[in-house]
Each structure stands twice: as C-alpha cells, then as structure tokens.
Write a protein that binds this ligand. Structure first.
Ligand code: MTE
Length: 334
C-alpha cells in the first residue's frame, strides 16, 4: 500500500459504504446530542433524522438560480438534491464524505478567473460572470460513478468542454488537456493539513486526451438542480466526464492547458497501480482491493437502503465513447 495517510479510496467497497454511513451517523447523533445512544435508535427514526439534517444543510448555501435549456425528460431516477450536495469527495475540504458540506461554506467563488492556455492560438480568460454567460447553458442528466463503487444520477447545468477548447483554437501540437483546481490553503483546509487533505499533493490536477475532451459528453458544469453549484460540488466550475470514474471530474477549476504531452494526474501520482490516467468505468477490471462489477446507487432511500446495481462498461455511455479506445488494451490502460 503506497498511501500511508489513508484516503477513502484505500478501503474496500463494503467498508466504504459502512464508513460513510458510520461517519454521517456519528455527525448527526453528535449534533443532536445522542452520541453513545446510536445503537438504541431503531432504523426508522435514524432515517428521519437524516432527512431533517439534509434539509438543514441545503438552507445554508447561497446558490443562484440559472437560466438554461432543460434536458429531455429522463427515465432515470435522479439522486435527491439533498444527497448530491451532502455526500461529496472534495479532499481540499476534508477526506470524509460529510466534511466538504461543512468546511466549504465560506469558500469564495466570486471573483474567479479561469484561464485557457498552452498550445492555443488564442489564450482565454473568463471571469465569474462569463462562466455563466459566454456559452448557452444546458442541462445534462448524467450518471456519476465513483471509483469507490457508489453512484448518483445528477442533473448538471453547463456547456460542452469542446466549446471552450474550440474558442481557444488549439494548435496542431495540442494532444492533451490538463486541468487544475484552485490552490488556496487559506480557504481550503485540506490543502493546509496533510491529515485533513488525505495526503494529496495540491493543487489537484487532472487530464484528458484531446479527442476525449472534444467528445460531446465531456461537460463543464456551473450548476446542478437548476442553480449554481454549491462549493462542495466544485463551484464555480467543474468538469464532468460521465464515462470515467468520478475522480477525473475535477472541481473548482482555475486552469485548462492544452499540451503536447500527457499531464500528471492527482490519483495516478498518489497510487499509480490503483488509479490510471484513463480511469474509464470498467466492470471487468477490478480495483486491486475491491470489485468494480457493481455499485451502490444513491437514491431517495434511507442511508441504509440496499441499492446495488450492475456497473456498465463506460458507465453505460459506450455507444458514445467506445470508439475513442479502439485497439487499446483497457486492462493495461486502466
Ligand atoms: N476535484 C478536486 N479538486 N478534489 C477532489 O477531491 N474528488 C473527485 C472529483 N473531483 C475531487 C475532485 C472525486 S473522487 C469524485 S467521486 C467527484 O469529484 C465527486 O463529485 P461530487 O462530490 O460532486 O459527487
């Protein structure tokens, strides 16, 4: 095991589920003054307590309504907003699922600067308002499959990544796209503390091949559920790459650089034998320490609901993206 300071990826799938339930339960019970009495509470009342907390946490954000082109009605059951915004991976605000919603509340997203540079004819700098006005915003309902084997269905709002790339006019040398999250340890306590930040070397960085980045599914999101993103989900702008494990979907982006060479990526640097550059969702290639054949879909059921479904190749988006990997060994290129 390469990571001394255990990140949540470092535990088995069942443990992950139990850990999330356990942590959230502890936090709730502590708030309500029940710590120590948890075993006495019947399942039913635990569920109600969580619903109450979810509603409370929602009230504390200052999200703004957005104008956007709505998605076609979908047969997919959406993960409730209260869960999308309270069960997060954002290690800059702590490595536990319930920490970002608490620790990111003071995060300042305006003013913001997103710069597109590198192998481009036209460098672009967008300020906060331009993130919402430069491109027509549309809604996309995507499945998000975390490498930890849980998943959600989320109505994102944003625009295709390829639109911003086209605007910058990539040179013929541009073969990869690198992304970088804000580095600001004063605002992001996980960047200031190795323990809180899961041992990651910040800033968090990610990357795609240019043809992946230009696939119409690759999306820059500025909102969810009709409003601007809350900080814990990556405000003001984050990537969403629905056919890849969630760690590719980098949050709170300040830099997009077009490059000749493959850029380093955060989880791959931390544990290259566990997290590859491609990270395409693949039920046939297990994580070294847990199976990727199935996932726990997070729905409106209580936190104790068992909702295990089969994982699909490319997270069910094979028709749109499988061609990108023709002839590649996906076991080697995990
Ligand atoms: N981006 C940054 N900067 N830092 C992170 O810790 N976590 C990733 C990804 N983007 C992460 C990040 C992981 S592991 C996942 S699963 C998704 O964000 C989770 O997105 P969500 O919290 O909106 O569900």
């Amino acid at each position: 095991m390469l990571i001394k300071n255990k990140a949540s990826y470092d535990i088995s799938e069942n443990q992950v589920t139990d850990e999330a339930v356990y942590q959230q339960r502890r936090a709730v019970l502590k708030k309500l003054g029940f710590l120590g009495a948890s075993a006495l509470l019947p399942m039913q009342s635990n569920g109600q307590i969580f619903d109450f907390l979810d509603n409370k946490s929602q009230e504390s954000f200052k999200q703004q309504p957005l104008t956007f082109k709505q998605a076609q009605p979908s047969s997919q059951i959406l993960t409730p907003e209260s869960k999308v915004i309270s069960h997060n991976n954002f290690y800059e605000f702590g490595s536990k699922k319930d920490q970002p919603v608490e620790l990111a509340q003071q995060f300042k997203v305006n003013p913001w600067t997103l710069k597109i540079s590198g192998e481009v004819e036209q460098e672009i700098t967008l300020d906060y308002d331009m993130l919402f006005s430069k491109f027509t915003l549309e809604e996309r309902i995507y499945r998000l499959r975390c490498v930890e084997a849980w998943s959600m269905v989320i109505p994102w709002i944003g625009f295709e990544l390829q639109k911003i790339i086209a605007l910058a006019k990539p040179t013929s040398q541009a073969k990869y796209v690198a992304f970088e999250t804000l580095y600001d340890p004063e605002q992001m306590p996980g960047q200031a503390s190795r323990r809180l930040g899961g041992g990651i070397k910040y800033p968090y960085v990610e990357g795609l091949r240019i043809d992946e980045a230009n696939n119409p599914l690759a999306f820059l999101s500025v909102g969810l559920y009709g409003k601007t993103l809350p900080p814990q989900n990556g405000a003001p702008i984050r990537l969403v790459v629905p056919w890849k494990y969630g760690f590719k979907s980098i949050k709170s982006i300040v830099g997009i650089r077009l490059l000749k060479n493959k850029p380093p990526t955060t989880w791959n640097k931390l544990a290259p034998n566990e997290y590859g550059f491609y990270a395409n969702v693949n039920p046939e290639v297990d994580h070294p320490r847990w199976s990727q054949a199935s996932e726990r879909r997070i729905t409106s059921g209580g936190l104790f609901a068992r909702n295990r479904i089969e994982t699909l190749p490319f997270n069910g988006y094979g028709e749109q993206v499988a061609d990108l990997y023709k002839g590649m060994n996906l076991r080697k290129n995990y």
